[in-house]
Design a protein around this ligand. Sequence first.
Ligand code: BYC
Length: 318
Amino acid sequence: MSEKEIKNLEAIFEAKIARDEKIEPKDWMPEKYRKTHIRQMSQHAHSEIVGMLPEGNWITRAPSLRRKVALLAKVQDEAGHGLYLYSATETLGISREELYEQLHSGKAKYSSIFNYPTITWADIGAIGWLVDGAAIINQVPLCSTSFGPYARAMVRVCKEESFHQRQGYEIMLTLANGTPEQKEMAQDALNRWWWPSLMMFGPTDDMSTHTEQSMKWKLKRKTNDELRQQFIDQTVPQANILGLSIPDSDLKWNEERGHYDFGPINWDEFWQVVKGHGPCNKERLQTRVDAWEEGEWVRDAAMAYAEKKAERKVKQAG
Ligand code: BYC
């Protein structure tokens, strides 16, 4: 393709972004746009799949049938989110096998939050309330992201996340209004999950490598810091209703800014977890690799069946 033709395609692409039109898989797009989307969307898909593990840990120990049914449904929804997102990523010309390989080899990232352990039942409440609460804030703007398949997948994901957030908050509400031991368990879960939840939004804007370009492409509609602040402002009143205290002595309403001020985030901890040295990184990855290897016979059987069926069709047609 000549330089002039590329410039022309670039102009068409930029004009579409400016008009808020969706970019579809068959449209021309700059290579960097395609790669950035593969990176973010696949990391998002991996996060959903790995995100099933900390909660899956509690399915057999949920305290009642009602809690078990809700938790099962939530974890199944997460599998579904992963599958929509892998399919949407495949439209950018990368195979599912390649995506899995990137996760299993440790090349691809997934959200830092899923490398923390779920020690008590209250952790399931805290994940629904805080982690899904953070996910909604991060993902609602993604419903209007510029790449069509990602934006459309996000609409359904957000509806389901909203149910997840409520099931978590309801667990916290029950514990916070329960016995002193139950309330203490809820407080302990909030203490352990608060800061990692703030880290989910990614590094501060001045440290974020991708935000500026992703905002220009309308992949990201808000910056990491804007979303983090929105999460804090929304969550503090919810903690007050629960009668639990947020583990941050610097947390204070700032009348002038119209936002809560908050204390420093431990970015060393964040980067340690992102680089694979969090409390559960090794266990999480190993579980995924084992699932992939143990499922090989299922994939082989499905492929063999599909081939046999295709052969039979050809014979019948001939
Ligand atoms: N954990 O330039 P930045 C869920 C990486 S699933 C690990 O700001 P970007 C749920 C980042 O990848 C939650 N790594 O990046 C599921 C980059 O490294 P690379 C997942 C992180 O992409 C089950 C570097 O740091 N949600 O909600 O502009 C149950 C610099 O960052 C993290 C999504 O994936 C992190 N927390 O912004 C319950 C949403 N943060 O790639 C809930 C879609 C940053 O250059 N993704 N890094 O090696 C996004 O919105 C954006 O990718 C992020 C990061 C805001 C996460």
